[in-house]
Unconditional design. Structure first.
Length: 80
């Protein structure tokens, strides 16, 4: 499993976004599946809420996920 390295030169939010993107590309997070919650990602990787939100924003910018207010963030059916 890939881990987040706080000493790496790559920002933490980019590392988390890359980790989640890899899971999407490998099918570990299927099309239409819900991303783990912010609180879960915070606890699992020891990250701040802002870091997790930045990672999710980056995934949205990459076209991999869509966020539905008060519902969650889901893997796009047809990633851009």
């Amino acid at each position: 499993m890939v881990t987040i390295d706080p000493l790496a030169p790559t920002p933490l939010y980019v590392q988390l976004a890359d980790l989640l993107a890899g899971m999407i590309e490998r099918g570990e997070l299927a099309e239409g599946a819900s991303l783990p919650s912010e609180s879960y990602l915070q606890q699992e990787h020891g990250l701040a809420r802002g870091t997790v939100r930045s990672a999710v924003r980056l995934l949205r910018e990459r076209g991999l996920v869509t966020t539905a207010p008060q519902r969650g963030t889901y893997v796009n059916r047809h990633p851009a």
